[in-house]
Design a protein around this ligand. Sequence first.
Ligand SMILES: NC(=O)c1ccc[n+]([C@@H]2O[C@H](COP(=O)([O-])OP(=O)(O)OC[C@H]3O[C@@H](n4cnc5c(N)ncnc54)[C@H](O)[C@@H]3O)[C@@H](O)[C@H]2O)c1
Length: 259
Amino acid sequence: MKRLQGRVAVITGAGSGMGRAAAVLFTREGANVVVADIDEKNGNETVDIVREEGGESTFARVDVSDAKSVEGMVSSAVERYGRIDVLYNNVGIAPVEDTVLPHEIEEETWDRVIGINLKSVFLCSKYVIPEMMKTGGGKIINTSSSAARIWDGSGFSYTASKGGVESLTRLMASRLAQFSIRVNAISPGWAKTPMNAGITMDEELKGQFDRMLLFGMQEPEDVAKVALFLASDDSNALTGAVLAVDNGFTAFKLPQIFL
Ligand SMILES: NC(=O)c1ccc[n+]([C@@H]2O[C@H](COP(=O)([O-])OP(=O)(O)OC[C@H]3O[C@@H](n4cnc5c(N)ncnc54)[C@H](O)[C@@H]3O)[C@@H](O)[C@H]2O)c1
């Protein structure tokens, strides 16, 4: 029996990286997946990959920081598949202009990062939770980052957004348990996705970095396997948990290599 047979999952940011890997894995396990992304070309490419394997998926264009857009995405998902069992709040951005000193951050950067990384969790959950209530429950998976617990080179607004995601995860889990909705979060460290494609390191920094990661950077597919666990009945004993899927990154005492 496939682990998500007949379930409907909405995955935000599924046009790329870990979201795309999850879309592929979830559909292999029998789910119908709504690929919710702002990037039409990449989103449709994910759908094509899934369909080539014989899976069922559809693209929904959405700006996760905009309430009207999220409401439209959720109603089109319900129109198409009749229900939503899993919401994977995977979207996130980490713009380079966010990595300056705190007093140098532009207000526009703060608003954009908080809007896409944190407000999106509120908005997508706001419109999906009533649908889950109608069918007797569901699973929400949020996406944090090692940045929520350590300084890993991430930016100011990004770090604030991920701290917010972790706090929200615990609160949502507590308030939604009565409706059989479980809420957990995945906290990656450094994953091999387009988000990190532009980062360059000199040899010394790369050597330190590789030692800290213990088992290297995470493959998107490895993170997707944990998302599958959280989406499936195998994780029914978990709610309010934040799983560090970071190859030991946050277990390591970090030297100040990013200064
Ligand atoms: N890559 C890492 O090393 C790393 C580490 C820790 C946490 N994370 C988190 O994991 C998640 C996935 O990261 P990734 O590296 O796979 O990302 P990615 O950059 O590969 O993909 C992000 C996707 O989000 C979409 N997107 C951006 N803004 C959007 C918006 N307003 N509305 C809808 N879609 C939008 C993009 O089009 C893209 O398809 C993010 O939340 C990120 O913060 C990533």
